[in-house]
Ligand binder design. Sequence first.
Ligand code: FAD
Length: 361
Amino acid sequence: MSLNIAVLGAGLMGRLLAVELARSGHRVAVYERGGSDGQTAAAHIAAAMLAPWAESVVSEPVIVELGLASLERWPRIIAALLRPVFFQQAGTLVVWHPQDRDQAIQFSARLRTLDPGLRGGDRVREISGTDIQTLEPALGQRFAQGIYLAGEGQLDNRSLLDALLAQLEASAVALHWHTETAPDHIRADWIIDCRGLGAKPEWRTLRGVRGEVVRVQSSEVGLTRPVRLLHPRYPLYIAPKPGGVYVIGATQIETEDTSPASVRSALELLSALYAVHPAFGEARILELAAHCRPALPDNLPEIRWDGGRLIQVNGLYRHGYLIAPAVMEAALALLRRVAERGGADLESWCAAQPFPSLYRR
Ligand SMILES: Cc1cc2nc3c(=O)[nH]c(=O)nc-3n(C[C@H](O)[C@H](O)[C@H](O)COP(=O)(O)OP(=O)(O)OC[C@H]3O[C@@H](n4cnc5c(N)ncnc54)[C@H](O)[C@@H]3O)c2cc1C
């Protein structure tokens, strides 16, 4: 069945869904408030780490489940795109300074509370300073102990957004840039609302959680995988991207303020970066940016059907890249189900899905 579908919002979820819907033969139109460069999306700022275990210490187990399922799907999604996208699964290195050992004890303790089936077995392991040096020679002997989360991944968000755009342009999708809109204003068989925080007028419990990141370029340091520094006040991650670029982040502040990054945040992020390796002192600052993560009260993602023609996908919070493929599949499955059979027996259908907690009405 070929449907006429409008996708609102061309950030991460909107682009992924629109590409997949067009590939399945639907007639798709995309409406986006900003331009094709994606600069108005949280997806543009994100570090795009795919870190189910590192995130498990601050998230519900379902995020780990969605993340592990999505990690399997990303390579296939990326391979089907016309343009290459940097993606790797070289693990994450977690380190701390000796005075912050308590943070490491807490981190390990929280990891151990995960169900053994989700804990990753020997893919999550405590390692010595020598192991750290072997994994990341650039860190030398700077850290005496660490935790290695083997198999965690990351991708280059900006090349992904560009590649998804190229895919949309190459298919027959109607692209409406600089078009701020709402479900009530759109005529289509089906509307999928992926406006992130822009959906707040219709989804009152949404809130923004501000995050600030720094992008630097360094030819001297040469990290090959994301490094997380545990710290009581300034926990940070350093995510290497192609071309000697590193994304350092991220603050987490309960406000919907999207004004430029503050001096305090810049100082905190850059001081912690310098403490990981003084050679970062010579890195060039490419960008200081801020955006808000779209979050629901329980910080979990949600897919809602209004009983009519509208499906809403939101609440991806700080895990959008980590969980997007599994959430996208769940949204597509719901669309197929309600387009074919409406609401008949929907509750039992939802309960039988791989991630039933995603569906709410
Ligand atoms: C600092 C920071 C770091 C992050 N790091 C990570 C990370 O390492 N790993 C990870 O998994 N996730 C990370 N995230 C989270 C991730 O970026 C988000 O979860 C994800 O982008 C949410 O996707 P979305 O499509 O719902 O929203 P968005 O990406 O924000 O896209 C929403 C789109 O809708 C458009 N829009 C809004 N209102 C309207 C309207 N009225 N009409 C038309 N269009 C509209 C917007 O312009 C935007 O393009 C990070 C986020 C931030 C801010």
